[in-house]
Design a protein around this ligand. Structure first.
Ligand code: 3PG
Length: 213
């Protein structure tokens, strides 16, 4: 299976660091200092979830941060994909995969990390050329043992496990041959964002960037 262009580009983004921070930005004014802290800590690929009214403005602001590669997460519809692209997102992430989202990403030339949690979901995405997928929700879908089990029949697919991943279990995932990177919100926790503790977030990013894939 030749990887689709969208998947090949998503692979390049996943290789930028061991962790893709999953960001929930409530206040667009936080976007630039948050992105600067994460990039300075060594995590250039940033996923801003489209879950808050500030998300698109945050993506547009973060897109100007030097060294950052900002993407949009929680893409659920065709419109989400178009809005993300218009805001300046360089990649997209979806918790699952619908034809509408896949078609929109391909039509808008947006590298996409679509979500899958079962062998059938993985196979369906593979049929469309997605050799890089998000394993979501990772921990409640069986965690690292489930992901390891998928590597045997489906070695050609690499994953970014996300959902419940933290420092306490990240090595279980990173040790697997089919993990390309992981996603997680632990590097920008809500309490540090609320306190505007950008140094604290940079410290968490530095620690995460040192994890070995
Ligand atoms: C999400 O989309 O919320 C991600 O899966 C992040 O999950 P986490 O907060 O458990 O890291």
């Amino acid at each position: 299976m030749t990887p689709s262009k969208a998947s090949a580009q998503a692979a390049d983004i996943c290789k930028l660091g061991p962790v893709v921070p999953v960001l929930i930005v409530e206040n667009a004014d936080d976007a630039v200092p948050m992105a600067e802290a994460l990039v300075a800590g060594g995590l250039p690929a940033l996923e801003v979830t489209l879950r808050t009214p500030a998300a698109l403005e945050a993506i547009a602001a973060m897109a100007k941060v030097e060294g950052g590669v900002v993407g949009a997460g929680t893409l659920l519809t065709h419109k989400d994909v178009e809005a993300a692209k218009k805001a300046g997102a360089l990649f997209g992430v979806s918790p699952g995969a619908t034809d509408a989202v896949l078609d929109a990403a391909e039509a808008n030339d947006l590298p996409l990390l679509p979500g899958a949690a079962t062998a059938s979901e993985v196979m369906r995405l593979l049929e469309r050329g997605y050799t890089i997928q998000k394993f979501f929700p990772a921990e409640t879908s069986g965690g690292a043992p489930a992901l390891k089990a998928l590597s045997s029949p489906l070695p050609q697919v690499k994953f970014c496990p996300t959902g419940g991943v933290s420092l306490s279990n990240v090595y279980d995932y990173l040790a697997l041959p089919n993990t390309i990177c992981v996603g997680g919100s632990w590097v920008a926790p809500a309490n540090l964002v609320a306190a505007k503790d950008w140094d604290g977030i940079k410290k968490l990013a530095t620690e995460a960037a040192a994890l070995k894939t």
